[in-house]
Write a protein that binds this ligand. Structure first.
Ligand SMILES: Cc1ncc(COP(=O)(O)O)c(C=O)c1O
Length: 446
């Protein structure tokens, strides 16, 4: 198949410069293992797990077979006032992997829906406890929690917010960003140590401003993924947990990227030894093959919502929320096959090991190249940060991304960063190829 064998006039592409795309399209028609095939027959190495999803690599037979079997058994069943066996079994598997008393899974279909679901649970939970006045949310600058109005409001990526003005949720504040471009420009598999306590601002400014008794939840990504792989200061998440506990504020970890193996552990919560009250997931849970997301809540949250309804008639619904496709049987079958495959092939351990190889390769190849002002690696992900071109923010990273694609490697431009986050099955030779292609593109775009 060669372009233009299909008509490109009717798909409005998401988070993509549509006008330039049509001049130089990047269209995948097949994938296997670490590689895509494009519409014009090129092989492209997937250096970003298709946006943090495809941990086990593409075209994995056990997942495909589970989906086919499920389609022939129970294709779909409504999720309201009924359920399906796959959803219960997948929820049990996910709860068993989650730390602490994170045991109650509310399914949805994406990371954006998980963000909005978790914010709604926070409000409903506080109301159920008689603290309905707790309605302030705190996110963080450069945070990404998807594109729903809730997620955008607590999110902190300016370009995603600027058009929506007063339509964003009121009563939202943001923690300051967690990066010091001078002292922590180069971080290799470590937790940046700050002299300053970044969370003093929360304690001394944000909490008193709103009054802690009004704050429903703080939501953060353990590692800021979409912004360009920015790592939390040493001790930051533990201290955030303590502050939230002190004031009865719920802590939500958005683990859409860090969940299911990216850091070499089940979740970022395990990596950092901090258990949130809610944990949002999506992406890698099904190896990306079928949309599935969810929020894992503590038993305490679930029980509070049930107990608050103890006096209600038996037909009363405790939480007015859900999606037509919550716990879709085919998605849940895909999730179970994916999680079993991760376990069988010890892919989380492998992600941790290959992360060291990626970090070593990225730091030795990129440091000192023109315009490189930072390199950060942790788990199986690395970002190289480039100086901005005056008047053209993001252009350098975009041009590098395009050059890499022309040379058969898919990487991710994120602001002024190039992010590399390959599938957990990645081999050393793939990492060398990715890093060489990115290095050449950095030199070419100097
Ligand atoms: C941390 C985080 N939350 C939420 C989302 C949104 O997920 P989705 O695109 O599935 O709605 C993303 C997507 O990259 C993410 O990285």
């Amino acid at each position: 198949m060669a372009y233009p064998d299909f008509n490109m006039d009717h798909q409005w592409l998401p988070f993509t410069p549509n006008r330039s795309f049509k001049k130089e399209p990047r269209v995948f028609v097949a994938a296997d293992g670490m590689f895509f095939t494009t519409h014009d027959g090129k092989q492209v190495l997937d250096g970003i797990s298709s946006l943090w999803c495809v941990g086990a690599g593409h075209n994995r037979k056990p997942i495909n077979e589970a989906i086919k079997k499920q389609l022939d058994t129970l294709d779909y069943a409504t999720a309201f006032q009924a359920s399906n066996d796959q959803a219960f079994q997948a929820a049990e598997m996910i709860a068993a992997m989650a730390p602490g008393d994170l045991n109650q899974v509310l399914f949805c279909n994406s990371g954006s829906e998980a963000a909005d679901t978790s914010l709604k649970v926070a409000l409903a939970y506080h109301r159920a406890r008689g603290e309905g006045h707790r309605n302030v949310f705190i996110g963080r600058e450069k945070g990404y929690h998807g594109v729903g109005f809730g997620g955008m409001s607590v999110g902190g990526i300016p370009a995603n917010r600027k058009v929506y003005g007063a339509a964003l949720l009121p009563r939202v504040d943001h923690l300051r960003f967690i990066h010091d471009p001078v002292k922590h420009a180069y971080i290799h598999g470590a937790e940046p140590v700050w002299e300053e306590d970044l969370l003093l601002e929360l304690e001394n400014r944000i909490l008193p401003l709103h009054d802690p008794s009004n704050i429903a939840a703080v939501i953060v990504e353990p590692v800021a993924g979409s912004a360009g792989w920015y790592l939390p200061p040493k001790g930051y998440l533990k201290r955030l947990r303590e502050i939230c506990d002190k004031h009865g504020i719920l802590l939500i970890f958005d683990e859409v990227i860090t969940g299911f193996g990216r850091l070499g552990t089940n979740f970022g919560a395990d990596y950092y030894g901090v258990v949130p009250d809610m944990l949002n997931f999506a992406k890698a849970v099904t190896n990306g093959v079928i949309p599935l997301g969810g929020v894992i809540c503590t038993d305490r949250i679930y029980n509070t919502m049930m107990e608050a309804n103890a006096g209600s008639p038996p037909h009363a619904i405790e939480f007015f929320h859900g999606y037509t496709y919550s716990g879709h049987p085919v998605a849940c079958a895909a999730a179970m096959a994916t999680l079993s495959l991760f376990k069988q092939e010890k892919l989380f351990e492998r992600a941790g090991q290959m992360g060291v190889v990626l970090g070593d390769a990225a730091h030795s190849a990129f440091k000192g190249l023109p315009n490189v002002i930072g390199i950060r690696s942790l788990g199986l992900a690395a970002a190289v940060e480039l100086s901005s071109i005056a008047g053209a923010p993001g252009k350098r990273a975009y041009d590098i991304f395009m050059d890499c694609f022309r040379n058969g490697v898919l990487v991710r431009p994120a602001g002024e960063n190039i992010v590399i986050c390959p599938p957990y099955i990645v081999e050393k030779a793939h990492i060398e190829r990715i890093v060489n292609v990115v290095s050449d593109a950095i030199r070419k775009n100097a």
